[in-house]
Design a protein around this ligand. Structure first.
Ligand code: SAH
Length: 385
């Protein structure tokens, strides 16, 4: 890895009119170095054989990494000194280099900008609340979903992250928190990227988060939320994984005419199809689905749309869903802004009156561009640390 000028990720060609194109398959790029967190427990024996060490040595490294949060081989004193460096280099290559950390909310919100091995940039956002810590992670460098109100969507998709690049965001946050005695409890896949378009790596990352040490970080799956624009086949596949993660569905409109514009993937999987898959997810897992709805002034915040949303949800049953309106975080150059507070309140009231549990999302970190939809990793021109 060199610290020379970052390789500029080739942006996918924007179609005429300047709008980014919907891209489902990630471009082929050099893969990040393999890391322990990429390995399922069953893969570790083969990795040990490849390294010429007995399997218990890899398990020892896993105990340090997952169980103790240790990344420095020098601290792995139960390993013979000669093996520490070798196994550290082979199993714990540094994947994320911090280039900036921006704080807001008196330090309770921290946005970290990371440079990856190939110069790609991602961001994660740490949010401390009394008694719990939530980390918003990225699942791809960029995003191919092209939603016009989202900053990440404007730059197109650069590449998928590896499972370890996702897990390392959590591990790094835990390392940052170590002096306070806190740890990340909740992980939301609401940073850059569409996790379900990078299915294998993201489900692998979730397994490394929830499996108990030495196989994983021992987190509760209930604290993990996977957010999607509604890749229906992937939602169904996730329902069958036996993982009790929460599904968040980015709906943003209850009618196809508007949703086709706000979430381009709607032309493949429409409102009815994505809501049906969300209901099947609930039926399979018992986990209440979260409907994300960014309230955009005069675009999707009409009272009739609140009523239509309630109707669509209730048509599929009650008690399976709650709605999370998010005041739109305006992104640079966007013609859209957040709804008026009175309009927002009316939208919420109508859903609640219909019996739909509804909570407006708190928007942490707006002033550091760390709130939902603001992650764009735009400062590649900054000198890196
Ligand atoms: N690809 C995933 C994760 C995206 S980010 C998904 O679409 O669900 C998480 C949430 O933030 C999504 O609901 C997304 O639609 C929303 N979001 C994106 N841009 C936003 C903005 N400018 N203001 C408010 N919410 C936004």
């Amino acid at each position: 890895m060199s610290d020379a000028a970052p390789t500029t990720p080739a942006a996918p060609a924007a179609p005429a009119g300047g709008r980014p194109a919907l891209t489902l398959a990630a471009p082929r790029r050099a893969k990040p170095p393999r890391h322990l967190a990429d390995l399922a427990p069953g893969d570790r024996a083969a990795a040990a054989a490849e390294l010429g060490v007995p399997p218990f040595r890899v398990k020892q490294v896993a105990q340090h990494y997952f169980g103790r949060g240790e990344v420095d081989p020098a601290g792995m004193t139960d390993l013979p000194a000669a093996l520490r460096e070798q196994l550290g280099a082979a199993l714990l290559p540094p994947l994320l280099t911090e280039t900036r950390a921006l704080e807001a909310d008196d330090g309770d919100t921290v946005k970290t900008l990371w440079k990856l091995f190939d110069g790609a940039r991602i961001e994660s956002v740490l949010m401390r609340y009394p008694g719990r810590v939530t980390l918003c992670v990225s699942s791809q460098a960029g995003c191919g979903m092209a939603c016009p109100f989202c900053a990440t969507g404007q730059g197109g998709l650069q590449r998928n992250l590896s499972a370890a690049e996702v897990v390392e965001q959590v591990h790094a946050a835990n390392r940052r928190l170590a002096p306070t005695g806190e740890r990340v409890h909740n992980v939301v896949f609401m940073g850059m990227g569409e996790a379900l378009a990078n299915y294998k790596a993201c489900v692998g990352a979730v397994r490394r988060m929830v499996d108990p040490a030495p196989d994983g970080l021992g987190m509760s799956a209930r604290g993990i939320t996977v957010s999607t624009v509604g890749l229906v086949p992937a939602v169904d596949r996730l329902a069958g994984e036996g993982l009790a993660v929460t599904l968040a569905l980015s709906l943003h409109a209850p009618d196809d005419v508007l949703r086709d514009e706000l979430v381009p993937l709607n032309s493949r999987f429409d409102v009815a199809a994505v809501l049906d898959s969300a209901k099947r997810y609930f039926d399979a897992t018992g986990r209440r689905v979260s409907i994300e709805y960014a309230l955009i002034r005069d675009v999707n915040d009409h009272a009739w749309r609140a009523d239509l949303l309630a109707e669509q949800l209730l048509a599929r049953g009650s008690g399976w869903v709650h709605v999370n309106p998010i005041p739109l975080n305006p992104t640079p150059g966007s013609r859209w802004t957040a709804s008026d507070p009175g309009v927002e309140a009316e939208f919420v009231r109508r859903l609640r009156d219909a019996g739909i549990p509804t909570t407006v999302r708190d928007t942490r970190g707006r002033d550091i561009d760390g709130a939902c939809g603001q992650l764009a990793a735009t400062d590649i021109a900054q000198p890196t640390a």
